[in-house]
Structures are given as C-alpha cells and as structure tokens.
Design a protein around this ligand. Structure first.
Ligand SMILES: [Zn+2]
Ligand SMILES: [Zn+2]
Length: 170
C-alpha cells in the first residue's frame, strides 16, 4: 500500500470539511469556502487580515510622515509668499504665478522622498490639506490688515501650489 497521493486535510476553521488546499503563507489547510484568492495565491482569512492590517498601518504612517514634512514646508512657503513676494508690488503676482507651482512641486517631492516607495492613495490630498492649513492664518492676517488685494498672492499659492502637489503626488 502506498501513501495517499495527496494527503487528506481538514480545514482549520471547519474541522469536518476535507480539503487539499493549504494557505500558501502559513500552511494551514483551508477549504474552498475559506480560501481567499490573492495575487500571490490562496491564503487563509487570518493571513489576509494580517496583511491588510500591515497595509493599513503602513498607510497611516505615510500620512503622518506626509504631514510632518508638508506642514512645516508649507508654513515656510506661506510666510515667504506673504511677507517677501507679496511685498514686491505689482510683479509679485507674476512672480507668484511661477513660484507657486515650483513651491508646490518642491513640497510634493519632499513628501515623496520622505515617505519612500510605498504610495498611499490620499497622499496628495493630505499634502494639499497641509498647504491650505498653512496658508489660512497668513491669508486671515492679510485680510485683517484690510489689504484685500494682498489676498491674490496667497490665493495663487493655494491654487497653483495645491494643483502642483495634487498632480505630482498622484
Ligand atoms: Zn494563512
Ligand atoms: Zn473552511
């Protein structure tokens, strides 16, 4: 008598269901109902969940890093635009027209490098939100000084800078 060609296994979640499948990660026998098809083969629900948790934690870390990098950079950018570029006069609009996308691109690049290869889906939204958050107090300050035209430079920074971040971090 030879050994069975393929050993009979029982699903680790359903001990009375026989199967020939094993999770390709932990090796637990899994029945057809429990097996989850993944790009790397059949896995048990526990391994799939563990993988998702890891991914979720990774994404959360990415957002924390993105804020830690984008917020200070955005504050510096907003300060430069409000106190230096906006004071230049008429040409400040033209200058900010070119400087805003460049600043946005710089922030996006810094975030990309800090986060590394893993790309979380909403990274661009998070970085742009940092820019909005950073520009808001400066815009309010300009508004309180009654200089409504002064809002044009922060507005250009928001739209063109934010647009550059959204496009670069996609
Ligand atoms: Zn498994
Ligand atoms: Zn099962």
């Amino acid at each position: 008598m030879s050994e069975a060609v393929s050993e009979e296994l029982f699903c680790y979640r359903h001990p009375n269901v026989s199967t020939h499948l094993r999770c390709n990660h932990c090796g637990n026998p899994i029945c057809a109902k429990c097996a989850v098809r993944t790009p790397v083969g059949f896995r048990c629900p526990d391994c799939v969940r563990a993988q998702q948790d890891k991914f979720y934690t990774g994404a959360k870390m990415d957002y924390v890093i993105a804020v830690a990098v984008a917020l200070p950079l955005s504050l510096i950018t907003a300060a430069v635009f409000t106190f230096i570029i906006a004071r230049i006069g008429f040409f400040s609009w033209i200058i900010s027209f070119f400087a805003a996308p460049a600043a946005g691109g710089l922030i996006a690049e810094a975030v990309r490098r800090a986060v590394g290869r893993s790309r979380s889906r909403h990274l661009n939204t998070v970085a742009t939100a940092c820019l909005v958050l950073a520009v808001a107090p400066f815009a309010l300050w300009v508004l309180f000084t009654g200089n409504f035209l002064g809002l044009i430079v922060p507005a250009i920074l928001l739209f063109l800078g934010g647009g550059a971040i959204m496009a670069r971090l996609r």
